[in-house]
Ligand binder design. Structure first.
Ligand code: 7RM
Length: 659
């Protein structure tokens, strides 16, 4: 990779430092006195001892006799150990004073609120596990979960786990085709769904989609469909196949004794998109995965028993698995869940709920933060957000503008912001501030967490110099790493374990697919996927860098930047820009934005083309669909798979007028 122009990158990397406020640090789980530099060195020297201590925080049936067996890319953690995830997440809390502590506080989009204590959640899970057992599911079987974000989604996941049944949650926004291919890939025997969910004041008819997915014997492995009544609208029930959740639980024999499984037993499969059209079924283990999420939950979010923790992700994404369900519950936390759209019925729904439920930790995505920023400061300002003490970000690089807005307008300047880098594949957060210890820089996920060895390297594996852009790799196995691609070990190896090797030993490193820089303080700046890098006249730059420059203009709400082939420069830059309310597009503004980029990064980064958009095309998890935009910028039209497109209207609006 080319060395980027130095002066262009320096300002981004070293602009601001936000040390944690002393009052926060003094009460933090991990701060200078609890976690001296010496102990960070210890974790680096002996990561296995570090992870072993983390695993000790779980409830095990039998203790492991060996921490790790590693023969790349195969890893086994906590060998000989047996456990059941629900004993760590439920049984031990239901036996303790937490029996009457709120585990889940749920708010439906229409406004109803339900609270489940640890005692109640435990009972519900035992009972629903009895339902699944009666339907013939045994340890190692797969069940698909296709539910709205309701407490029963958590119950269904944990009920599977209680039996050793491997769950595959499919986000409720996926189409019948996407659902069908996932059910078939994992040969699921049971599908757990609902009549529908509430979204933007409408009913999302989930059961209809399940019926479509299963029509004409398209999913031959499925013997039963369990249907939760959520919205109450009429749905068709296929006799012999479909049963109502509420009827089944009435007759169920609760599973009081959880099924102990091997530490390596798969806890779940979660599908994630790769570079090809076919999504990968990422397989996670039980013992290692839980170890990773339990530890990061506690340390990254500085979790305390009094917290009300809100991770706004759906359980259909890995963030929902790790930081709505397993991480918080393994720690006995109180989790807030919200079913609906973030700006329904009004632009301040988030802030209103934070104030009413006294939420203390908010974990959300940059795309949401930018949406709120666009709507204006007055919305968060109208609400009492004083309960918040920590803010988190995940999913994509957060541009410094949005970071500062989040910190100031939402956090009132008093809450540390943890920018957490991780992937479906890593299972748990890998790089992030420890909020009582690490000073934050807006736009940087700061440093790898203890026990994690990550670095920025060149194609040949040699270490990049400070500020030199390279590949983000993970050099050592970690407990919550994915174990394989379901049914495709070779794809697992090819996707992650052949690109970069240790030049000294030839040992493979885990390739994240992300490009990054390490600054002079050792802070990581993730630029984005490697395929999101453009090369203009021999200068490599991350689309995120250009986007950040554009978004720092007062008129800009959001920007997506892609490369398009250019005869002279190799690649030229096309920027798709949405403007803040009340800011009209104009030729003058086009020039102003180009100038802004040239002055923030360098004239080589000046966009060739600025195109206005009402909204940017995004996947359902909120990531900008750059492949689509690249195609649009290059050919003017869009082909290929758009099944995970959030807003088809956004595409139409971006097409050139003559198309
Ligand atoms: C948790 C999640 C993974 C990809 C990853 C990155 C990007 C995620 C950050 C980030 C910069 C972050 N899993 N990404 N978090 N980039 N800073 N804090 O999102 O599998 O859906 O996506 O997301 O490119 O490779 S994921």
């Amino acid at each position: 990779m080319n060395k980027p122009a130095k002066q262009a990158l320096e300002p981004l990397a070293s602009r601001d430092l936000f040390p944690t406020p002393p009052s926060f640090a003094a009460r933090a789980r991990i701060n200078r006195s609890t976690w001296a530099a010496q102990r960070l060195d210890d974790a680096a020297r002996d990561p296995l001892a570090y992870w072993e201590a983390a695993a000790d925080a779980l409830e095990w049936r039998t203790r492991w006799h060996q921490v790790l067996e590693w023969s790349a890319p195969r890893s086994k953690w906590f060998l000989g150990g047996t456990l059941n995830a629900t004993e760590s997440c439920l049984d031990r809390h239901a036996r303790s004073w937490r029996r009457t502590k709120a585990a889940l506080i749920w708010e439906g989009e229409p406004g109803e609120v339900r609270t489940l204590t640890y005692g109640q959640l435990h009972d519900d899970v035992c009972r629903f596990a009895g339902v699944l057992r009666a339907l013939g599911l045994v340890s190692g079987d797969r069940a698909a979960i296709y539910l709205p974000l309701v407490p029963e989604a958590v119950v269904a996941m944990l009920a599977c786990a209680r039996l050793g049944v491997i769950h595959g949650v499919v986000f409720g926004g996926f189409s019948a085709e996407a659902l069908c291919s996932r059910i078939n890939d994992a040969s699921c025997k049971v599908v757990i769904t609902a009549d529908g969910g509430a979204r933007k004041g409408q009913v999302v008819r989930l059961k209809d989609t399940v019926d479509q997915a299963l029509a004409n014997g398209a999913c031959p492995s499925v013997t039963s469909v369990v249907v939760l009544r959520r919205t109450g609208h009429e749905v068709s029930m296929t006799p012999g196949r479909d049963r109502w959740w509420h009827e089944l639980v009435r007759d169920a024999q609760p599973v009081r004794e959880a099924v102990a499984v091997d530490a390596e037993h798969p806890l779940f499969i979660l599908y994630t998109s790769g570079t090809t059209g076919k999504p990968k079924g990422v397989v996670h283990s039980t013992g290692g995965y839980l170890t990773g999420v339990a530890r990061t939950m506690r340390w990254v979010f500085d979790l305390k028993d009094e917290d009300v923790f809100w991770c706004s992700a759906d359980v259909g994404w890995v963030t929902g698995h790790s930081y709505v369900v397993y991480g918080p519950l393994a720690n006995g936390a109180t989790v807030f869940l919200y079913e609906g759209a973030p700006t329904y019925p009004g632009p301040d729904r988030f802030w209103e709920m934070i104030a009413r439920h006294r939420i203390s930790i908010l974990y959300t995505a940059p795309t949401a933060i930018r949406t709120f920023m666009r709507l204006g400061d007055h919305h968060p300002q109208r609400h009492d957000l004083s309960s918040l003490r920590l803010l988190g970000s995940v999913g994509e690089p957060i541009n410094p503008e949005a970071w500062r807005w989040y910190h100031q307008a939402v956090g009132g300047g008093r809450c540390p912001v943890v920018d957490t880098w991780w992937q479906t594949e890593t299972g748990a957060i890998m790089a992030s501030p420890l909020p009582g210890l690490t000073a934050q820089k807006p736009g940087s996920c700061t440093k790898p967490l203890p026990g994690v060895e990550m670095d920025v390297v060149r194609q040949d594996g040699s270490r990049c110099a400070d500020d030199e852009q390279g590949f983000l790799v993970i050099k050592r196995p970690w407990p919550s790493m994915m174990r394989t691609v379901w049914g495709d070990d070779e794809r697992f190896r090819q996707t992650y374990w052949v690109q970069v090797k240790d030049p000294a030993t030839g040992a493979p490193w885990y390739f994240t697919g992300d490009g990054a820089r390490r600054d002079q303080d050792g802070y990581l700046w993730v630029i984005g996927r490697v395929d999101d890098v453009v090369n203009v006249s021999g200068h490599r730059l991350g689309t995120a860098e250009v986007e950040s420059a554009l978004v720092s203009h007062l008129a800009v709400a959001e920007a997506a930047v892609v490369g398009r082939p250019d005869e002279l420069k190799g690649q030229g830059i096309v920027a798709f820009v949405t403007l803040k309310d009340g800011r009209p597009p104009s030729e003058a503004l086009v020039e102003e934005l180009k100038r802004q980029v040239a002055s923030e990064i360098g004239s080589f980064a000046r966009p060739d083309d600025i195109r206005w958009a009402n909204a940017l095309p995004k996947t359902r998890s909120g990531k900008i669909m750059r492949r689509l935009l690249r195609e649009l910028a290059t050919t003017g039209r869009v082909t290929g798979d758009t099944t995970s497109l959030e807003d088809f209207g956004a595409i139409a609006a971006l097409r050139p007028a003559e198309d």
